[in-house]
Design a protein around this ligand. Structure first.
Ligand code: MN
Length: 470
């Protein structure tokens, strides 16, 4: 189980009795919050910081524990912040600074100097806040009584985002082929991606996959076809095309397992040895939580994979999409997002249909793909671009809508949405921020999640929402 280490700040000026109370009260708060984050992670009390050397010991312990995803700090009493400098200078994990109190109310009748000295987060947390800000620690601060619902929800959000960051740190991305020729926005600095987020992104020849595809057995294909039968409606006579996708999927699974891959990309310009573009195969893998990027785009699916742990315990759909075309009726503008094939079936409002149609580009055989209409609801569109000097995340609030009319001749799955605050503001802002045409769309992620992810990974963030003015 992943862990968050809880460290309480104090000092040895108050005597042993006071420190015992500080420790006891801290453990009570830890016990309470630990139950609230429940199955996500464990909150473990490390101890009370009394001097610079205990602080350094605790932070080194957090740093070198692979299961530790972040630390939580709280100043029960005053805790002179110079004793935190050495420790914080070595901190490499996200930090949550709780600004709270053991007691909710002031004991007006009984409050004396001892009580005030013991319960002085108002004083101690400000001292700590200064040093964390001055040292540019990757941190989040939550204020309020720790039993308040909003407070608890923020602690849960911090835990979820830390799980995402921890997952990102361990991600392995396989690129079959490289970036699509001449496309700019999907390219990026893979070395910097690993330094910034931990994404280990590597090239594989499509031949590496073809070797595995050629060894897939008939019974493995039959088993995969049974899975398709359970999950999808077959709307084609071209069973050979479906069988081919099943073969790809079995091979992809073997490859993913062997290379410990979480994310992969392909490129329709480089499919030597495959006679279809992987469509159904990729869509089915997407539904199982494998992130995929087309055209050699590694950033969008790696970002998706980094955000997925945040919404593990929420409802909603999340996945890759490409901006495609518009309905520009003035004042009612709608966007249609889709892709050549690879639209994630988590957005399906109905049971997806397996269909086989020709593909306009790529010069390959007609591929099987899943076709469906999308769910509606409040959503968020998120993308990451490489600005050369740094990465930038752009997040826009959107409203997914039911498609206004049937589109019987469109041979791919589709998602439709309206922009917030309006089409003109949102899309102009998206362009000005440099947002590309590949993104993650989610009805589960919120702006607050993305803000926290950006803050804790030190990533520039541009938000487009109801308050956006150009
Ligand atoms: Mn694309």
């Amino acid at each position: 189980m992943k862990k968050l280490y809880f460290i309480t700040g104090s000092q040895d000026l108050y005597g042993e009795e006071a420190l015992k109370t500080v420790s006891k009260n801290s453990q009570e708060i830890v016990g309470f919050l630990d139950k609230k984050v429940a199955n996500r992670a464990e909150i473990v009390f490390l101890g009370v910081v009394k001097d610079s050397s205990t602080c350094l010991d605790y932070i080194l312990k957090a740093n070198y524990d692979k299961d530790c995803i972040g630390i939580i700090t709280w100043m029960h009493t005053f805790s002179p912040a110079k004793m935190w400098i050495r420790g914080l200078s070595r901190l490499q994990k996200p930090m949550l600074h709780l600004h709270t109190q053991y007691n909710q109310r002031l004991p007006y009748q009984n409050i004396d100097m001892d009580f005030m000295n013991l319960h002085q987060a108002a004083h101690g947390d400000r001292e700590f806040g200064f040093i964390a800000a001055r040292m540019n620690v990757k941190q989040h601060v939550i204020s309020g009584y720790y039993k308040n619902e909003d407070f608890i929800n923020e602690v849960i959000r911090f835990t979820d985002v830390c799980l995402g960051i921890d997952h990102a740190f361990n991600l392995r991305v396989a690129m079959f082929g490289s970036n699509m020729r001449d496309v700019a926005v999907t390219d990026g600095d893979r070395v910097q991606s690993e330094i910034a987020y931990g994404w280990n992104v590597n090239y594989y020849g499509i031949g590496d996959l073809v070797c595995i595809i050629n060894e897939v057995k008939e019974e493995e294909i039959a088993q995969q076809l049974e899975e398709y039968k359970k999950k999808y409606i077959c709307k084609t006579d071209n069973l050979q095309a479906i069988k081919e996708q099943a073969r790809y999927e079995v091979a992809l699974r073997k490859f993913i397992q062997k290379e410990k891959i979480d994310v992969f990309t392909d490129n329709f310009q480089d499919l030597h040895g495959l006679n279809q573009l992987p469509g159904l195969a990729v869509q089915d893998l997407m539904q199982e939580g494998i992130s995929f990027g087309p055209e050699g785009d590694y950033k969008t699916p790696a970002l998706l994979a980094s955000l997925l742990p945040i919404i593990k315990y929420r409802n909603g759909a999340t996945g890759f999409i490409e901006d495609y075309t518009y309905d520009l009726l003035e004042g009612e503008e709608i966007e249609l997002g889709s892709h050549m094939l690879e639209v994630p079936p988590s957005f399906a409002v109905n049971k997806p249909e397996i269909q086989v149609h020709p593909l306009g580009i790529g010069g390959k055989a007609d591929p099987a793909r899943l076709v469906f209409d999308s769910i509606d609801g409040d959503g968020l569109q998120i993308t990451m671009v490489d600005m050369g000097t740094h990465f930038r995340i752009i997040a826009a609030k959107i409203k997914l809508i039911k498609q206004p009319e049937a589109m019987p001749k469109l041979p791919v799955a589709r998602i439709m949405w309206k922009h917030i605050p309006d089409f003109k503001t949102s899309t102009e802002a998206w362009m000005l921020y440099g947002g590309g045409h590949h993104s993650v769309i989610s009805t589960a992620l919120t702006v607050e999640d993305v803000k926290l992810f950006a803050k804790l990974t030190n990533t520039e963030l541009c938000i487009i929402d109801e308050n956006t003015k150009l």
